[in-house]
Design a protein around this ligand. Structure first.
Ligand code: GAP
Length: 514
């Protein structure tokens, strides 16, 4: 645990020091759970967004993208169920005065049981070596069975209680399990209450005519209300999808863990409209496709797992999260939801407009069913940043900090470094920049010894360093240094574009998905 905390602290301070993320309004002591992306962070975020957009929109003939407004007619949120049901159960600890989500306290308790079981399994795997059969061990070892059964039961009990809106029961479950406040260690809890997460605001200049509005808590509703506009203008045939990226806002009760849970964040969502009855098949397909997208970035298969929802949202008939192994454990990164025809039907009812599709093959009209994929861009950013940040001990005993970002996502693709600030080397370096800048985001650095400059670029995640030296003047070659292997090779200036492109191009990375 201490190791995980250390890595998390390293990620947060690295993000600030190397121009990725800082607290919003920092000079005024910051705003809780709101963050600003600085120069490298903005590029990394844009590249993650592009990687998602291209994989969804560009690679699928039947998916198109939109950009709907953050402000929406207030009835949208009545129809979607957010006004009545977008609540979190909150609980306060009377001694520490800290506020928690009751469900998160219980989920953390369940995760601890899972970790205990994992510890037993890891120990046994070491003891038995190659002959170890994990599946058999899980079903026969009494301690592992006890931990996993208790975990399952507590999650099921919580789902059942929340389903019935039995908040007294949720409190009783917290007390029965002896769950203590992580800050004070006290078990002195208030009752559990529901809390609506939407931010309200007003539109209009005068008090009489002002209309109550909400900042959208998800981008999905902008897609639903435009379903027919897109279907008709694009002559889309079912099955088809509409994708969108954009800001969403939630007044989160517990907003800790850096950019994991924010009050203003960005989502990348896709609603896939299908024939009624075909939703389960598409739900499985999208679970597979989304996991493949994550794996294509090479952060390690072992860092992902599916978590099937026991408690379904009011609109869903199936749902699962792709969880990622963040520095603070496995947590939700993306949701895949089979949303039935709830949203479109409800918008039909509240707007009085038909939101149906005429299926020429079936010769009938129906309200399509929807399978949604929904990922938080900031959460994805944290996943990428935290797994990429590594420290390694070199042969000479020194420690190198290296940000092994997938090259396609790196903010800067190459740094051009003249070995010295004289003898015409800076001019050659600038000429190389002028040639490469049309294809890649590149940077120039002449300050300090070249070794220190390499380290700076390693820490910023730059995949290549190009060094211009005196030999360059004779034969138009430079050294090309690879961030991960630190290998340096002599290459012709004319070959740089191709060599870099092979490693960083979206096309080469996206082809892994085909
Ligand atoms: N349209 C469905 C929807 O919004 P969700 O599970 O509430 O579903 C989807 O959110 C994703 O949005 C989550 O998996 C997470 O990555 C991201 N997300 C949700 N709340 C967030 C928050 N407060 N801060 C950062 N990301 C958040």
């Amino acid at each position: 645990m201490a190791k995980q905390d250390d890595q998390f602290k390293r990620v947060v301070s690295h993000a600030k020091e190397y121009g990725f993320v800082v607290q919003s309004s920092e000079i005024y002591d910051g705003l809780s759970a709101v963050y600003d992306y600085t120069q490298n962070g903005t590029e990394l975020k844009k590249n993650i967004r592009d990687y998602w957009w291209k994989s969804m929109v560009q690679l699928h003939e039947n998916i198109v993208g939109i950009d709907s407004a953050i402000f929406m007619h207030p009835t949208t949120w009545k129809a979607s169920g957010h006004i009545d049901a977008f609540n979190d159960p909150l609980i306060d600890n009377k001694d520490s005065k800290k506020r928690y989500r009751a469900d998160v306290l219980i989920e953390d308790y369940a995760e601890k049981l899972f970790q205990k079981a994992q510890k037993e399994i890891t120990k046994a795997a070491k003891r038995f070596g190659d002959t170890f059969d994990e599946e058999q061990y899980k079903t026969t070892n009494p301690r592992v069975i006890k931990y996993l059964t208790e975990r399952k039961k507590v999650l099921q009990d919580m789902a059942m209680l929340l389903d019935k809106d039995d908040l007294a029961g949720v409190k009783a479950l917290i007390e029965e399990k002896g769950i203590a406040c992580p800050v004070s260690g006290s078990k002195n809890w208030t009752d559990v209450k529901q809390f609506n997460l939407m931010f309200g605001t007003k539109i209009g200049a005068s008090a009489d005519s002002a209309m109550d509005l909400y900042l959208r808590p998800e981008t999905a509703q902008g897609i639903f209300v435009n379903f027919l506009n897109v279907q008709k203008s694009g002559r889309m045939k079912i099955p088809f999808g509409i994708a969108q990226t954009g800001k969403a806002f939630r007044n989160e009760i517990v907003a800790r863990q850096f950019i994991f849970r924010m009050r203003e964040f960005e989502q990348m969502e896709m609603q896939f409209f299908v024939r009624p009855g075909e939703q389960k098949k598409w739900y499985e397909t999208w679970k597979e496709r989304r996991l493949a997208w994550h794996l294509s970035l090479g952060l390690g298969k072992e860092n992902y797992r599916f978590h099937k929802h026991e408690k379904l949202a009011h609109y869903a008939d199936a749902a699962a999260d792709i969880e990622f192994n963040f520095p603070f454990g496995f947590k939700e990164l993306e949701g895949i939801h089979s949303r039935t025809n709830f949203d479109l039907s409800s918008h039909e009812e509240h707007s009085g407009r038909k939101l149906q599709y005429f299926d020429p093959e079936l010769n009938e009209s129906y309200v399509p069913y929807v399978v949604e994929t929904s990922i938080g861009l900031d959460r994805m950013f944290l996943a990428v940043l935290s797994k990429s940040l590594q420290e390694e001990t070199l042969e000479n005993g020194t420690i190198r900090t290296v940000l092994r970002l997938p090259a396609v996502l790196a903010p800067i693709k190459a740094a051009i470094l003249p070995l010295v600030k004289k003898d015409g080397l800076p001019d050659i370096a600038h000429k190389i920049i002028d040639d490469l800048k049309f294809d890649f985001n590149v940077t120039y650095d002449e300050k300090d010894a070249v070794g220190r400059r390499y380290r700076r670029q390693d820490a910023a995640g730059t995949p290549f360093c190009i060094t211009v030296d005196h030999q360059t003047k004779d034969d138009n070659t430079v050294t090309l240094r690879n961030r991960d292997s630190m290998e340096q090779k002599r290459v012709g200036i004319k070959d740089l574009k191709n060599l870099i492109n092979t490693e960083v191009s979206f096309a080469n990375w996206l082809k892994k998905l085909e």
